[in-house]
Design a protein around this ligand. Structure first.
Ligand code: TRP
Length: 455
């Protein structure tokens, strides 16, 4: 039962796993989404709840996902089945893996569109399109881009190809190589930008906005958004981390590794907030501007600052790298399954997956132009896919993983796989995964449903 390695390969060492998983976690969620949802949901109040969700729900569930992946040594779908069998249970637990793969497609479809905007902005910053513009012009550039289906299509297609090339390379020649090159660059760029923002003169305002707790600003909806985002930003609830865990070394400690990944992810989100909000306040822009926050306010700010074009270029380059390494992890569970169950080559698997998500992406892409009036529950396809995955499918996936690992796997299995140094740490984890994490998800879900129905 204890396979030493997955047929897909293994990470070279513990740090590569940490960097790869951090590459999955750190993405548009941290740099684009986190600042704008924090801005929309009252700043500090939201951030505090979000941090609780990361620690009490995210970290234990991430440990559970890595554990299942490493125990099963296969794609999430097959690892769920294998570990269920090992514990003497029914193979239908594989359906959690299936829901995850589906969520991965859905997430990718809108993720790739936003990543396409990022690529467009990298090119725009590089070519000087954003020199000397005001907020009106920046808004215009962004809205013109959204209205222009053809341009969006080009960048969306390019992004899908970029991701699929890496997936086709496999674990060592694709994922690991991308990780080794992109992650160090990402950290360097982030640091440069933080220094730049710290000198923008409004650092204290940005800090205050993120860390000043105002209970009145908090709503139940904000709590649901915070929970959903905790899953989204840590890449939980769909199998990304489970797949990456299946390539992890047997002797590496899951607890310490997961804590490192979660800490790095949180750090990047907070730094992104600390880089963005001071610039927003320095230019009297609106922190609650929504999804356009990064794409409208930042170019304005960059256009008015010394060296802004270079920093703007570097900023969007960094976002592009982050999006790239995350999108790869959205496709890995499906690719691994296609290879091990249908016997496809990596190349064929990535062509097939690429085609599916490219086509699904057209729906998200059209939400801003040709199919803007196709509404589901009053939402465009883009908004609906985001809502459905982040606020429903991921928490549900995480809920079932917690139930599975906490209540269905045997104590021997989890104790052996986690091999935590202190008995107390294991008990704390087990209590959290059995009681706290599932009930937190269930309560937040139920309260929201109740509120939506009552309203
Ligand atoms: N965590 C990534 C981000 O913050 C996105 C992502 C990658 C993801 N894999 C995932 C989200 C799996 C949910 C599930 O941008």
């Amino acid at each position: 039962m204890h396979k030493k390695q997955s047929i897909h390969g293994a990470w070279a060492n513990r740090w590569i796993f940490i960097l790869a998983a951090t590459g999955s976690a750190v993405g548009l969620g941290n740099i684009w989404k986190f600042p704008y949802i924090a801005g929309e949901n009252g700043g500090g109040a939201f951030v505090l709840v979000y941090l609780f969700c990361i620690l009490l729900v995210g970290v234990p569930i991430m440990m559970a996902e890595v554990l299942v992946g490493r125990r099963g040594r296969q794609s999430p779908i097959n690892s769920m089945r294998e570990t269920a069998y090992e514990a003497g249970h029914h193979g239908r637990w594989a359906s959690v893996g299936w829901m995850g793969a589906l969520a991965g497609f859905f997430i990718f479809s809108f993720y790739s569109v936003v990543a396409g905007w990022v690529l467009y902005y990298i090119a725009g910053m590089g070519s000087g399109q954003f020199i000397d513009i005001g907020s009106e012009q920046a808004g215009q550039i962004f809205n013109n881009l959204l209205a222009d289906a053809e341009t969006l299509l080009i960048w969306h297609t390019l992004f899908v190809v970029m991701v699929m090339v890496v997936i086709a390379g496999g674990v060592n020649k694709g994922l690991e190589r991308a990780t080794r090159v992109l992650m160090p660059l990402l950290f360097v760029l982030l640091f440069v930008l933080l220094v730049y923002s710290a000198n923008s003169g409004y650092f204290a305002e940005g800090w205050d906005f993120l860390f000043h707790f105002e209970p009145e600003a908090l709503s139940w909806n904000a709590v649901l958004v915070a929970l959903g985002h905790a899953f989204f930003t840590l890449s939980l609830g769909m199998g990304s981390i489970m797949a990456y865990g299946s390539y992890m070394g047997k002797r590496d400690s899951i607890g310490g590794t997961v804590l490192t990944i979660a800490a790095l992810d949180t750090l990047v989100a907070l730094i992104a907030g600390l880089a963005i909000f001071p610039i927003v306040f320095a230019n009297q822009l609106d922190p609650g501007a929504g999804p356009g926050l990064m794409f409208i306010t930042l170019p304005v700010a960059f256009s008015q600052m010394a060296g802004g074009q270079v920093f703007g270029f570097l900023f969007f380059l960094m976002v592009g790298f982050a999006a790239w390494t995350s999108a790869i992890s959205l496709m890995e569970p499906g690719a691994a399954w296609l290879v091990e169950t249908l016997g496809l080559s990596r190349v064929r698997a990535s062509i097939l997956l690429g085609f599916i998500v490219w086509a699904l992406g057209l729906l998200a892409l059209g939400s801003f132009n040709v199919t803007a009036d196709w509404l589901v529950f009053g939402m465009t396809a883009f908004d609906f896919l985001d809502f459905l995955t982040a606020n429903i499918m991921l928490p549900l996936g995480g809920f079932f993983v917690a139930l599975f690992v906490g209540w269905y796997l045997t104590r021997e299995m989890t104790e052996d796989e986690l091999a935590l140094r202190w008995p107390l740490a294991y008990e704390a984890w087990r209590f959290t995964i059995r009681y706290i994490a599932p009930s937190a998800v269930a309560v937040i879900f139920a309260l929201n449903l109740y509120q939506k129905l009552a309203a």
